[in-house]
Design a protein around this ligand. Structure first.
Ligand code: F6P
Length: 323
């Protein structure tokens, strides 16, 4: 490998810039040339690619978003799109690619590396933490802390009015942001896509707590939960508990922005470094993850196919602590 491309793809996540910086600096340190691909696979197809030097990534480690910009690109899922993309890399002599993104982005990378002789390395960057083969994804820690800070504020007003708030957080079809932020804010219940929530049981428990004057003011719902998100859960609870003063709050894209936490900067720097090391040492078409604080490399197709594992342990702890 002599010239590599780096791109960010899918939903942005705080810490992506720190990963780009690590990839660029590690590559240059090892004598490689680096190209930034703008707007993910879209830039690869549209030939929006530029040469990067060490200075291109100065002063970005602390910034949210991604200086390379990002997109969800449908055309890359067609053979014609991938061929255009390949030609744009080939004409510059780019012979390695680092893709920072989620499972959709790895799916694209896997197809691409099957068709063309360009090794691809994936770095897990998504606030959803829904990727197999890694304990952490870049952006999750920041996003969940943003959610916690927002929910803490909501609890102040909930408490002042004796209201019950249903707060919806992001996560697509994963419940990690809901689970972690719910535990950290002392929620009564979290609704996650990975588990069935018994509404009858919840209503009974809320009614019983009302009777013993235990103030309950927070339920956290993952946007992808089985009832259809915060508004739906709020509607059901309003119907079932007409006397309760219930409000719904949807946190939304605030969870994707902001300066990355120290933790996200660290894992992004580490994963970026090892992504380039992998290319250099011929460990190709893998995703670079961290498991039990050790680097973990899983084939891109496994990262795409395997489901992340959701442990029920925390749900049980939450139930006990809310009693
Ligand atoms: O994958 C990150 C994520 O923020 C999800 O949590 C959410 O479902 C989705 O992206 C929102 O996507 P968009 O920004 O395209 O609306």
């Amino acid at each position: 490998v002599t010239k590599i491309g780096v791109l960010t793809s899918g939903g942005d996540a705080p810490g992506m810039n720190a990963a780009v910086r690590a990839v660029v600096r590690t590559a240059i340190y090892n004598g490689l040339e680096v190209y930034g691909v703008v707007r993910g696979y879209t830039g690869m197809i549209e030939d929006d690619i530029y040469h990067m030097d060490s200075k291109s990534v100065a002063n970005i480690i602390q910034r949210g978003g991604t200086i390379l910009k990002t997109a969800r690109c449908k055309e890359f899922f067609t053979p014609e799109g991938r061929l255009k993309a390949y030609n744009n890399l080939a004409k510059r002599g780019i012979d390695g690619l680092v893709v920072i993104g989620g499972d959709g982005s790895f799916n694209g990378a896997q197809r691409f590396s099957n068709e063309f002789d360009i090794p691809c390395i994936g770095i897990p960057g998504t606030i959803d933490k829904d990727i197999a083969g890694t304990d952490y994804t870049i952006g999750f820690d920041t996003a969940v802390n943003t959610a916690v800070n927002a929910i803490d504020k909501i609890r102040d007003t909930a408490d002042a009015h004796d209201r019950l708030f249903v707060v919806e957080v992001m996560g697509r079809d994963a419940g990690y942001i809901a689970l972690h932020s719910g535990i950290a804010t002392g929620a009564e219940k979290v609704f996650v896509p990975e588990a069935q929530t018994d509404i009858d049981e919840l209503v009974a428990s809320l009614t019983e707590k009302e009777r013993r004057k235990k103030l309950v003011n927070l339920i956290v719902v993952a946007e992808g939960d089985k009832f259809g998100g915060g508004n739906e859960v709020g509607k059901i609870l309003k119907e079932r508990m007409p006397n309760a003063d219930i409000r719904v709050s949807i946190l939304g894209h605030i969870q994707r922005g902001g300066a990355p936490s120290c933790f996200d900067r660290l894992i992004a720097s580490r994963m970026g470094y090892y992504a380039v090391e992998s290319l250099l040492h011929g460990r190709h078409n893998v995703m670079v993850g961290i498991v039990n604080d050790q680097m973990n490399y899983i084939p891109l197709d496994t990262a795409v196919k395997e489901k992340h594992i959701f442990s029920d342990e925390w749900l049980h702890i939450l139930k006990v602590l809310a009693s």
